[in-house]
Design a protein around this ligand. Structure first.
Ligand SMILES: *Cc1c(COP(=O)(O)O)cnc(C)c1O
Length: 358
């Protein structure tokens, strides 16, 4: 049996071992409070310090300007599919680029609250990202929505779209993996369970002057304005997840912040794609210029061989390599906390599996 495996899960996913060990050490008695962070009042001074320092660390690491507020919310990325049109569309038109499953779900949800204009679509293959010139932008759009990294299909926007309307971006699967010019965005959001913390926390970074125009039916906990006013504490926030985010950010700082992480992620992805490109046995899903550094999707010539790959990989301590059911094949999620040793072990296994099955 293995002690710790290499976990390639698309989410919830691998966390930095340093963060887990610190959580273990501080589990029963956080900072001489005599209790676990799980047991604390969210209004207590000791938790207020955790909350504030975590928010501040995130602001520094992502260089979030003062024009933008950082919110710690719940409901996952999926609740934002509704919160975004409720808060930002004024019931009018919004542009959506549908380049994968989650962007598609977001567009479908938005149709309940506003007019959705399809600015781009890569249905059904979702194996590429449209170029700027392909975007069909509507002049009256209240915002432009896209998903920076398509977790299921393994494609990634390698440029920031130029639009007249505010950019709204789902960064659930690539946040903190590279520097981002936050000032270019109206809103950035991410479910925490891929790159930041355990499931249960959603980080929303919203330009303050876009808040306050929500539809009257917007529930209180979904109103950016109300949450800004209440400092994300309109109700009990996901305290444990916020604490774990703080530990992850300390670890991220120690590996060079988002600049250091970008170098590491490029190196991780380079190793796996190089292996795929040198093989005729494996077929990558994404077109070369649209490849994701975070989720590498590929397959063999048959579903049976794919299943054998996933099974044998697990026997080697390389877990959760099965692709999403709607995409099939394999998917290696190389999130921020994936150690380089895990990537090297994956590449060696891929070579060995190929030798044994050609
Ligand atoms: C995982 C994921 C989601 C869904 O997140 P939930 O927190 O489960 O709602 C949305 N968008 C992207 C890009 C994702 O990777």
């Amino acid at each position: 049996m293995f002690d710790r495996v290499y976990n390639f899960s698309a989410g919830p996913s691998v966390m930095p071992e340093e963060a887990l060990l610190r959580a273990q050490k501080e589990m029963l008695n956080y900072g001489n409070s005599g209790m676990s962070v799980m047991e604390m009042s969210h209004r207590s001074p000791v938790f207020a310090e955790i909350f504030e320092s975590t928010r501040q660390k995130l602001r520094e690491i992502l260089s979030v300007p003062d024009t933008h507020e950082i919110l710690f919310l719940q409901g996952g990325a999926t609740l934002q599919f509704a919160a975004i049109p409720m808060n930002l569309s004024r019931g009018e038109t919004a542009d959506y680029a549908v380049t994968g499953n989650f962007a598609n779900k977001a567009a479908k949800e938005a149709e309940k609250y506003c007019r959705v204009h399809l600015a781009a679509s890569t249905v059904p293959a979702h194996d590429r990202i449209p170029a700027q010139a392909e975007l069909d932008l509507s002049p009256e759009a209240s915002y432009f929505y896209y998903c920076a990294n398509n977790t299921i299909y393994g494609t990634e926007w390698h440029y920031v779209p130029e639009t007249a309307s505010p950019l709204v971006c789902d960064m659930s699967s690539d946040i903190l993996s590279r520097p981002v010019d936050v000032s270019r965005y109206g809103l950035i959001y991410a479910g925490a369970q891929k790159n930041m913390a355990p499931a249960g926390l959603t980080v929303v970074i919203v330009k303050k002057d876009l808040a306050g125009q929500e539809l009257p039916v917007t529930p209180l906990v979904m109103s950016y304005q109300e949450m800004i006013k209440a400092g994300s504490m309109l109700n009990t926030p996901p305290c444990w997840c916020i604490y774990m985010l703080g530990l992850t950010l300390d670890w991220l700082q120690s590996v060079g912040g988002v600049v250091g992480m970008e170098q590491i992620k490029k190196e991780r992805a380079r190793k796996v794609y190089e292996m795929l490109d040198n093989s005729t046995f494996y077929k990558p899903h994404a077109q070369r210029d649209s490849r994701s550094d975070m989720n590498v999707t590929f397959r063999t010539e048959s579903a049976e061989l794919d299943a054998a790959f996933v099974r044998e990989a697990a026997q080697h301590g390389l877990c959760n390599l099965k692709g999403h059911k709607i995409a099939g094949g394999m998917r290696a999620s190389l999130y921020n906390a994936m150690p380089m040793e895990g990537v090297d072990a994956l590449v060696s296994f891929m070579k060995e599996f190929e030798r044994n099955h050609v």
